[in-house]
Every structure is written in structure tokens, then in C-alpha cells.
Design a protein around this ligand. Sequence first.
Ligand code: ATP
Length: 258
Amino acid sequence: MTRTQASPVRSWTASTSVLSLRNVDVHRGEAHVLRDVSFEMPPNAVTALLGRNGAGKTTTLLAVVGLLAATGRMSMAGTDLKPLKVDERVRQGIGYVPEDREVFADLTVAENLRLAMRGPESQARLQQVHKLFPILHERAQQRAGTLSGGQQQMIAIARALLNDNKILLIDEPSKGLAPAVVTEVVQAIEQVKATTTILLVEQNLAVAARLADHALVLDQGRLVYSGPMEDFARDTEATSRWLGVDIRPKAVGGRGNE
Ligand SMILES: Nc1ncnc2c1ncn2[C@@H]1O[C@H](COP(=O)(O)OP(=O)(O)OP(=O)(O)O)[C@@H](O)[C@H]1O
């Protein structure tokens, strides 16, 4: 297939989408970074946000969280996000796992998690998080800075899971990790995706192909593809043109993408 034109996503409608962006523009200083970006994200699925360095992926997440000003329309599960400040958006159910993980290195694992707990339901969720990531229970009293990069990534994801989020925004979870650790993180996100709607920024096409159901591709701030992840990953012309990737994605952690 060669479906590199941004196409409206036809398999769901705005009324069923968890996150909806319509004609969104973002400027950062002098730079016009996002240009007329529109997409819908269906519930209970992983949508990968792909593109070359500087395409505007992180900017999209920051605009959704409210850390960058945007024009256009943005709503989550029918709620208009535009008038809401960052803390109000978080309370509405946006969980954000930033690229640099922002784990407090000098605090223990347990303290890192405790800081993220917002309501009474977080305590019950902590037990679920410990089931999902047993290592965080085993290492609860260890300083977070002494954990591996993958385990620190698990803390970052776990913090977002401690609250009742409608959507998780995860920025480049595999970045800077050794292949074996990437597999560990991918397996963790695979468990999370069973119950959560995720917008995943990912440079590693193999990781995106394994985790995502849908793909959104940005090129210089414009959406150039919107459709099934599987179709995009198979389209060598599209992956070469929009990502600079010339080969079919290799399997991650023993599962093929053929
Ligand atoms: N603080 C900033 N001030 C001004 N422009 C910025 C700032 N941060 C990023 N930009 C610009 O915004 C554009 C998009 O950056 P963004 O970080 O969203 O890209 P990205 O697709 O996430 O890239 P990467 O994969 O490299 O993280 C880039 O051209 C970048 O130079």
C-alpha cells in the first residue's frame, strides 16, 4: 500500500474517540512547529505518533498536556481541553510519561510512586502496579537512581497508572535503552495497553510496530499519514520517506512483524 496522504480515520468517529485534535497549530518561539494537525484517537488502543527528529511529536504531547499553547480544537472524551490548565487536564485524566522519565534519583522507588498518588483509589492501584511490575515492589526501598534505565522507565509508567487516566501519553520509552531492556519495557507497555488508551511517541519502528494499532505520522509539523500501524510499517516507501527507515522493522523480543 502507499497511503502516505493524511487520510481522515474512517473506522471511528469523533464522538467515540478519546482524544480529538482539530486544526491544531503550535508555535515555539519563531518556529511554526505544528501545522493544521487533526486526528482522532480511538479508545482502548495504542496509537503511535511517528516522524523524523524535529517533526513535532513531543510538541504534540506537550500541547495536549497544556504545557504549550495551541490554536485549534482539542478535546478528550468530549471535554474541551482548551480552557483547562495543565493541572486541570491531569485531573481530567491525562497521564504523561515524559521522554526523560523524570524519576527522582535520590528518592526510593516507593517514594517516587507515593508522590504520584492523587486520590484514595491510588492505594488500590498501587497493588495493581506492583502486580504489573513486580520489580518495583521488590525494590521498593531502593533508591530509584540505582535502578536500570528500563526499571526507571517502569517507575515513570507506573506513576501514570496510579491515577484514573483516560489516556496515557508516553514519549519515547525505548530511548537510550539497550535492546534487552527495550524488550522489557515493550513487554511492560503490552500489559498496560490491555486496559489503557495510549498515544506513544516512538522512534524505534520495530517497537511501534509491535505495540501500536494505529499510526499517525508527522513530517515538518504536518500530519502525512493516519491509518493502521501494520499498513504503514509494511510500506517501505512510506517508512523511508517519512522516517528515513529503509528496512522492514525487525522483531522486538521474539515476535515478528511480518
Ligand atoms: N524550546 C524550544 N524552543 C523553540 N523551538 C523548539 C523548542 N523545542 C523544540 N523546538 C523545535 O520544535 C520542532 C519540533 O520539536 P519536537 O521536540 O516536537 O520534535 P520531535 O518530533 O519530538 O523530535 P525528536 O524525535 O528529535 O524528539 C523542532 O524543529 C525543534 O527545533
